[in-house]
Design a protein around this ligand. Structure first.
Ligand code: TNX
Length: 545
C-alpha cells in the first residue's frame, strides 16, 4: 500500500513537472521546424514595432494590426516606431514563407524575405501569448512574455489548401471569412473555392445573368440520403462580384490565395437549367435537388459551349488573380455524348478514336480540357483538375488534384506533371470523425479521425517529390447545412492537416501535437468556433504515451 502511494506520488510529480515544462514550451500548431529556448524572457506588453523598408510594403499594415491587438489585449499602447523593440527585418537568404524569430530579454527580432514569412512569424508569436491576444479581453493573470531563444521555421509544402464547397450548401461571406481566419492561424495559404455544381451556381457572371437568377436556386433538397425525397423548400444564394473581390482581398491580406473552381464539363446541371442550350438535349433541366453524379453534362460538340466557357472564365479571371484556376473535370458521365449528334460530329471531325484503355468520349473530355487550358494560358493562368483529367490524354502543363487515393498524384508526377494530394482516404472532411456514427450528425460516410488525418504520410521518391506541390483537405457540403456544423467538420481536423502540410516528417509527433492542441482548442473556443471534441475526450494534457 505504502509502496503504491510512493509510486502514485512519483507519477503525479513527474507528470506535473512535464506539464510545467510543457508550459515553457511553445504550443504552436503547426509545429515550427526548430525551437530553442534559453533563460529569461521578453515581455511584449507595451512594446513597439519597427518594420524594415526592405520588406514588402504590406508587412507594415499587418504588423500594425498585430500591435493594435496587443494594445487592446494588454491595455498598454503598442504601435509602430523607428526605435521599436520588436523588429521585423528582411533576410534575403530566407526562402519563401520562412521566418526566424530571435527573442532576447531586451527585444524580439523577426526575419523573413516575404509577406507570408512575416505573417507566419506573427501567427507563431500569437500562439505563444495568452489567448486574449485573439479576443482583446485580457484575463487578470495573463503574462505577456515570450521565452528567450530562437525559432527557425519553413514549410514542407508550398501548396497548403482547404477546399470549401459552397454549391451544395451556401455559406455567407461572413462564414467564409471566419474559415479564412482559422486557416491563417494554421498557416494555410490556399482556399480552393468550389463555386459551381449541379445543385447551385454561386458566382455572379455579368454576361449570363440567368446563372444566378435560375441556377443559384433549387426548388427543394432531398431529405437525408433518400434521393427521391424533397423537402419542397426553395434553397440557394450567390456571391456578387463585389463580394467575391472583397473576400479575395480579405484572404490576400492573410497570405491566402483563393483559387476558384468552375467544375466542367460535368457537375454543370445548375448552368444547364439556366441556359438549356448548353446541354446535349436542350433540356429542360432543373437545378438538382439530390446528391450524386448527374448524367446531364455540357454539350462539348457545340462551339457555342466554348464561347460560354470562355466568357465565364474571363470574368472569373477578372475576379480572382490566382495563378491557378480549377476546372474540375471529375465525374463526367459520357452517356449523353454517345447519342448526341453534335458531340459525335465533333469526335468525327477531330478524328478522335477510342482505344483499349479509353473511349472516344474520354478523349473528347481531354479535348475540352485542352481547349479550356489553352484559353486560360492566353490569360496567363494555369489549370488544375481532379485526377480524372489523367484519363484519355493529359493536357500539357496541367496540375492534377489527386482525390481517389494518392496514386493519381504519383502517376501524374511520374509523367512530369505537378500534383496536389487530397486523397479521400484521409482528407475528406465530409467523412465521419468518430466510429460512433449514431451520435454524429449525418455524414456522407467514411471515417477520418483527427489522428487518422495526422497520420498521412506521402512516401514518394525524391525525384518525384519536386512535383508534389502540397496537400489539401476537401470540405464537401452535401450534408452540411449550418455554420456550426461546417466548423465542427473542419475543426480540429484542420490543425492535423496543417502539420501534414507544414511539418517536416521528423517534427511530426502525435503525442506532442495532441498536447499542443490543448492551447489551440481554447483559441477556437474564444473565437467562437464550434469544434469537435473527440480527441480531447480521450486525451489529458499530461498524457504521454
Ligand atoms: C466526390 S472529389 C466528388 C464530389 C462529392 C464528394 C463527396 C470530387 C472531385 N467529386 O462531387 O461532393 O465526392 O465526398
Amino acid at each position: 500500500m505504502y509502496k503504491l502511494n510512493i509510486k502514485i506520488v512519483a507519477v503525479v510529480l513527474i507528470s506535473l513537472m512535464s506539464c510545467t515544462q510543457e508550459k515553457n514550451e511553445a504550443n504552436i500548431i503547426p509545429r515550427p521546424n526548430e525551437i530553442t529556448f534559453g533563460r529569461g524572457s521578453f515581455n511584449l506588453s507595451g512594446s513597439s514595432a519597427f518594420v524594415s523598408e526592405a520588406l514588402p510594403s504590406e508587412c507594415k499594415e499587418y504588423v500594425k494590426g498585430f500591435m493594435k491587438q496587443l494594445s487592446t489585449a494588454c491595455g498598454e499602447k503598442s504601435e509602430l516606431s523607428d526605435r521599436g523593440n520588436v523588429r521585423f527585418l528582411y533576410d534575403a537568404k530566407l526562402p519563401e514563407e520562412s521566418y526566424r524569430i530571435k527573442s532576447e530579454r531586451q527585444g524580439l527580432t523577426v526575419f523573413a524575405s516575404d509577406y507570408n514569412g512575416i505573417i507566419y512569424a506573427i501567427q507563431s508569436i500569437k500562439q505563444m501569448l495568452p489567448v486574449s491576444i485573439y479576443t482583446g479581453k485580457a484575463d487578470v493573470d495573463d503574462v505577456w512574455s515570450i521565452p528567450c531563444g530562437t525559432i527557425n521555421d519553413s514549410p514542407r509544402f508550398h501548396y497548403r489548401g482547404l477546399m470549401l464547397d459552397c454549391s451544395r450548401h451556401f455559406f455567407s461571406t461572413d462564414e467564409v471569412k471566419k474559415i479564412i481566419d482559422v486557416m491563417e492561424i494554421h498557416k494555410l495559404n490556399r482556399l480552393h473555392w468550389h463555386l459551381t455544381d449541379d445543385q447551385g451556381w454561386r458566382v455572379e457572371i455579368k454576361k449570363y445573368p440567368e446563372l444566378i437568377k435560375v441556377g443559384a436556386y433549387r426548388d427543394g433538397t432531398c431529405i437525408g440520403k433518400d434521393f427521391e425525397s424533397d423537402d419542397g423548400i426553395t434553397y440557394g444564394g450567390f456571391y456578387t462580384q463585389e463580394e467575391l473581390k472583397d473576400i479575395v482581398s480579405y484572404a490576400a491580406a492573410k497570405g491566402i490565395t483563393i483559387m476558384p473552381e468552375i467544375d466542367l464539363p460535368g457537375h454543370m446541371q445548375a448552368a444547364l437549367s439556366s441556359y438549356p442550350q448548353l446541354g446535349c438535349t436542350g433540356g429542360p433541366y432543373k437545378v438538382w435537388k439530390r446528391w450524386g453524379v448527374s448524367n446531364d453534362v455540357l454539350c462539348v460538340g457545340k462551339e457555342s459551349t466554348f464561347t460560354f466557357l470562355e466568357d465565364v472564365l474571363s470574368e472569373i479571371c477578372d475576379i480572382f488573380p490566382s495563378e491557378y484556376i480549377h476546372i474540375g473535370g471529375d465525374e463526367c458521365p459520357t452517356d449523353c455524348w454517345k447519342t448526341c449528334p453534335a458531340c459525335q460530329a465533333k469526335i468525327a471531325s477531330l478524328g478522335i478514336k477510342g482505344d483499349e484503355k479509353y473511349s472516344a468520349e474520354h478523349y473528347l473530355q481531354s479535348y475540352t480540357t485542352e481547349k479550356v487550358s489553352e484559353f486560360l494560358a492566353s490569360k496567363g493562368r494555369k489549370i488544375i483538375g481532379w485526377d480524372e483529367i489523367l484519363e484519355g490524354k493529359i493536357v500539357d502543363g496541367a496540375t492534377v488534384m489527386s482525390w481517389r487515393g494518392s496514386e493519381g498524384g504519383v502517376n501524374a508526377a511520374l509523367v512530369g506533371h505537378d500534383a496536389i494530394m487530397t486523397p479521400n482516404s484521409h482528407f475528406y472532411f465530409d467523412h465521419y470523425q468518430s466510429k460512433d456514427e449514431d451520435n454524429e450528425p449525418l455524414a456522407i460516410g467514411g471515417y477520418s479521425s483527427v489522428e487518422h488525418v495526422y497520420g498521412y504520410d506521402i512516401d514518394i521518391s525524391p525525384e518525384l517529390a519536386g512535383h508534389i506541390l502540397g496537400v489539401q483537405a476537401n470540405m464537401w457540403t452535401e450534408y452540411i447545412k449550418t455554420d456550426s456544423h461546417l466548423e465542427y467538420m473542419i475543426l480540429p481536423r484542420l490543425a492535423a492537416l496543417s502539420e501534414v502540410q507544414w511539418c517536416h516528417v521528423v517534427n511530426k509527433n502525435w503525442n506532442r501535437f495532441a498536447n499542443d492542441m490543448q492551447h489551440i482548442r481554447i483559441i477556437y473556443e474564444r473565437l467562437g468556433y464550434n469544434y469537435a471534441t473527440h480527441m480531447f475526450d480521450k486525451w489529458s494534457p499530461c498524457d504521454q504515451a
